[in-house]
Design a protein around this ligand. Structure first.
Ligand SMILES: NC(=O)C1=CN([C@@H]2O[C@H](COP(=O)(O)OP(=O)(O)OC[C@H]3O[C@@H](n4cnc5c(N)ncnc54)[C@H](OP(=O)(O)O)[C@@H]3O)[C@@H](O)[C@H]2O)C=CC1
Ligand SMILES: O=C(O)C1=N[C@H](C(=O)O)C[C@H](O)C1
Length: 261
């Protein structure tokens, strides 16, 4: 039985993850954390009536025998949460996006020192993991690329963690190239999107969307578009489940779900 704590349990992803843990016979939900909540038990939340799981709202108050910490919170909270987990020997399984490269490197160092396994996955959806792999493969032949990520309009960070991760994976194999016309101008600032190593990333935010990404490649007289869609947040739970099952076997912090598949 894997004992699990879920941070961000009031949120869209945290509540979905808490339900996944409750529904899985091999997992036990032993605590939930959410900085701004007031309830002392998960059962006080209407969606979880009948559950008896302690709820915490301050890291210092947490007393737990959890061995896995699932985190779907916010970019400004996740680093401290992950440090807390690692320092207490709890393996973090982090979906929260928006950490800096320095914060990620710090956490990797800490996990190694403490010999605690962990995972930061910008996307737990299998379709997104495959999209990133296919895009990396295509970039060897098509150095001209634009990334378009599309999300619901409550998303805080942009571009998405998945889009940044896609760009990084492409940059590992792509010949350095400044795309487009060197004399190009923007009549409206930002028209060409964000720039990462000469590639452009565009962030779309609309009600009705969940999480979607297209990677468009162009070459002389031809094009290739790779697209993935998460129509429902349940799409992320397959990956979270795999991570919860496996992460306690390791003694380092991985970046990317593909490391555990
Ligand atoms: N890796 C992946 O596959 C996926 C990652 N994500 C990422 O997960 C994160 C959460 O997304 P989503 O669920 O949509 O966002 P929500 O805004 O719905 O949820 C965020 C939750 O975090 C809580 N929170 C805020 N501050 C703190 C804090 N200091 N400590 C603990 N909890 C806190 C919020 O509480 P309150 O409501 O009280 O403010 C809220 O319950 C985002 O970074 C998103 O990019 C999303 C989908 C998939
Ligand atoms: O905020 C979201 O919803 C999502 N965030 C992650 C990201 O930033 O890549 C993963 C997925 O795209 C959904």
């Amino acid at each position: 039985m894997v004992k699990v704590m879920v941070a961000g349990y009031h949120g869209r992803m945290g509540s979905t993850a808490a339900q996944m843990v409750i529904d899985n016979a091999d997992f036990e939900l032993v605590g939930v954390f959410d900085a701004r909540g007031k309830d002392s038990n998960l059962g006080e939340d209407d969606r979880f009536k009948g559950q008896d799981v302690p709820a915490f709202h301050n890291l210092d108050a947490i007393k737990t025998d959890a061995t896995v910490w699932i985190d779907f919170t916010i970019p400004t909270a996740v680093y401290e949460n992950a440090k807390f987990a690692i320092n207490h020997g709890i393996s973090p399984v982090i979906g929260t996006t928006g950490m800096t490269d320095e914060q990620v490197a710090d956490l990797q160092k800490l996990a190694k020192e403490k010999q605690v396994g962990g995972l930061i996955a910008p996307n737990f959806g299998i379709s997104a993991v495959l999209l990133m792999q296919f895009a990396q493969q295509a970039a060897k032949y098509f150095p001209d690329v634009e990334i378009i990520e599309m999300h619901h309009d409550d998303k805080i960070d942009s571009p998405s963690g998945t889009a940044i991760s896609t760009a990084k994976k492409i940059a590992e194999v792509r010949k350095p190239k400044q795309q487009g016309n060197p004399d190009a101008t923007e009549t409206l600032p930002g028209a060409r999107g964000a720039e990462y190593e000469g590639m452009r990333i565009h962030a779309v935010r609309l009600p009705g969307l969940v999480a979607h990404e297209e990677v468009m490649f162009g070459g002389p007289g031809e094009g290739l578009t790779i697209r993935q869609d998460s129509y429902d947040r349940i799409s992320f739970m397959t990956g979270v489940k795999v991570a919860v099952e496996k992460i306690n076997q390791y003694h380092e912090l991985f970046i990317g779900l593909e490391n555990l598949l």
